[in-house]
Write a protein that binds this ligand. Structure first.
Ligand SMILES: [Zn+2]
Length: 205
């Protein structure tokens, strides 16, 4: 049986914009430390915010709402929290991988600006390796095969090809595409805050 503490919780920043998804376990930790408050998503509590104590006073949620039992108590798991202390979740390192670079760059060749399928993209060293370029978020961009070949081993200045966007490490995990991926039965409430967005990307930490 899946652990309810692994249920996903939508994280809003102080402007109530969705910025992340975390586990219920992490959400409770942030709540306990006063770094976040729970956003009410049912009945009279809609859009109200609750600190740890106030949230604990809720005895029941809608039917089927996930509950955690402790030795002496039971409490509802949050489905949405709003950060009070940070604008985003404390930094979580994103794994440097081909897939995550492609996602960071939106599957858009950083030289010609066209969008390609995964299989038609390469990773390009902006500063070529034999000129001291390292394999890192800051020196790797996604490139179509044609541009990759054209640029070859040249520096951006020599090739007159510079990346459209300065490559940087993603600083946090952008909102994941939640269709079919959400664990937990209450994600209907998320729809209040999520708009279908073609630009939402998934990066795996
Ligand atoms: Zn290209």
């Amino acid at each position: 049986m899946p652990n309810a503490l692994d249920n996903q919780v939508l994280v809003l920043n102080r402007l109530w914009q969705p910025v992340n998804i975390c586990s219920a376990r992490r959400a409770l930790g942030l709540l306990f430390l006063n770094h976040a408050q729970v956003v009410g998503t049912f009945e009279d509590s809609l859009f109200s915010t609750h600190d740890f104590e106030s949230w604990m006073s809720f005895e029941d949620g809608p039917e089927g709402w996930p509950v955690i039992h402790t030795v002496s108590d039971r409490f509802l798991l949050p489905s949405i929290i709003v950060l009070t202390a940070f604008d985003r979740l404390p930094r979580q390192e994103i794994k440097f991988s081909r897939e995550n670079v492609l996602q960071r760059d939106g599957y858009i060749c950083q030289y010609c600006g066209k969008r390609f399928e995964n299989r038609d993209l390469n990773l390009d060293h902006v500063i070529p390796r034999d000129k001291g370029g390292v394999t890192s978020w800051e020196n790797i961009v996604c490139s179509c095969i044609r541009c990759n070949t054209k640029k070859g081993n040249k520096l951006p200045l020599e090739a007159h090809m510079a990346p459209l966007r300065k490559p940087v490490a993603p600083r946090w995990r952008p909102l994941v595409d939640f269709n079919g991926e959400v664990r937990g039965e209450y994600h209907e409430s998320w729809r209040l805050f999520l708009e279908p967005s073609a630009s939402s990307v998934t990066l795996s930490a």
